[in-house]
Design a protein around this ligand. Structure first.
Ligand SMILES: C[S@@+](CC[C@H](N)C(=O)[O-])C[C@H]1O[C@@H](n2cnc3c(N)ncnc32)[C@H](O)[C@@H]1O
Length: 296
């Protein structure tokens, strides 16, 4: 791989060298400056205005009020028959057909990592999973997940948890782990795969964005973006949370390295890129023993 030849130019502010990531670094600094200006008036979670006379309201209207109070929805999910959350992404058409989710999940313990508002958790429950555990590292995801959960009277549970913190003692083990759309957001992707390996005693379904550079075809290749990426047709979108871009070979190599077996491509034509892999330790998934769990 060629080494990066950094320029010695001084930027306009005279503040330092210009690197390929300088624009993104400056954007992160601008976002941080914006945060610093208002942090003493800010809250973690946006407040929801109370619904007047909510005890007299129909449940349907109460839930509609909660849904409408959210400023942002990512996933379009059915709340009641024929009524959907206003997400801009429709996983039913854009993802589900390609993501390798088996039709019948009867009796399985399923973990949905990076669940967002829970589309795949609720789909797994619909397909017969005996238990669905979801995690996400973003508090707003958990709040919106719970709005959908209540609307659907779902038994899936979402926890605020980073993928690195998954462990058998707290979460038990799983027959099926869904790891969709998270890998490129991670600073420590190999560490995440190690944590997943420890809780997965069945099958892993893995979806990520892959970047193929013809110059390194067949080699395990990665690009590090220390301050995120610009995307969109005119580089108009800034996502500070995209740290690594891997090619398909690197994704397979990393799963192989942590000990997954029978790794095969479920979809790659050309997107989305989805892998299925099996745990070495094939055992039925179990919840933790409540008599020895960390919280007892
Ligand atoms: C692009 S969305 C994918 C959502 C869903 N899995 C799907 O495929 O539609 C990525 C989700 O992963 C969550 N996430 C990002 N980094 C994470 C981490 N380190 N641990 C757990 N969740 C994470 C984000 O908050 C977000 O909800």
């Amino acid at each position: 791989m060629s080494s990066y030849d950094k320029t010695k130019e001084i930027n306009a502010e005279g503040g330092g060298e210009i690197y390929p990531w300088t624009e993104q670094k400056n954007r992160v600094a601008a976002l941080t400056a914006g945060y610093e200006r208002q942090k003493h008036h800010a809250v973690t979670s946006q407040p929801t205005a109370p619904l007047k006379d909510h005890l007299e309201a129909k449940t349907k209207d109460f839930i509609a009020h909660q849904v409408q109070s959210e400023k942002y929805w990512f996933q379009k999910i059915e709340l009641f028959p024929g009524v959907y959350s206003p997400g801009w992404s429709d996983p039913a058409s854009e993802k589900l057909p390609y993501y390798g989710l088996p039709e019948d999940l009867s009796g399985l313990r399923v973990l949905d990592i990076g669940c967002a508002e829970g589309y795949f958790s609720f789909e797994a429950e619909k397909r017969g999973a005996r238990e669905v555990v979801a995690i996400d590292s973003f508090p707003d995801s958990i709040r919106r997940f719970n709005i959908v959960k209540n609307a659907r009277q779902s038994n899936a549970n979402a926890y605020l948890c980073n993928v690195y913190d998954l462990n058998k003692a707290q979460f038990g083990t799983f027959d099926l782990v869904l790891f969709y759309g998270v890998f490129y957001h991670l600073k420590h992707p190999q560490l995440a795969l190690e944590a997943i390996r420890d809780v997965c005693t069945g099958t892993l379904l893995f979806q990520t964005y892959v970047h193929e550079d013809p110059k390194v075809q067949g080699e395990a290749w990665a690009q590090y973006n220390p301050y995120g990426l610009m995307s969109g047709s005119n580089n108009e979108n800034f996502d500070p949370t995209v740290f690594w871009l891997f090619n398909a070979t690197a994704c397979i190599a990393m799963l192989d390295h942590v000990g997954f077996e029978s790794i095969r491509v479920v979809s790659d034509s050309p997107k989305p890129f989805v892998l299925r892999a099996e745990s070495i330790e094939q055992k039925p998934g179990c919840p933790v023993n409540q008599a020895t769990a960390p919280w007892c």
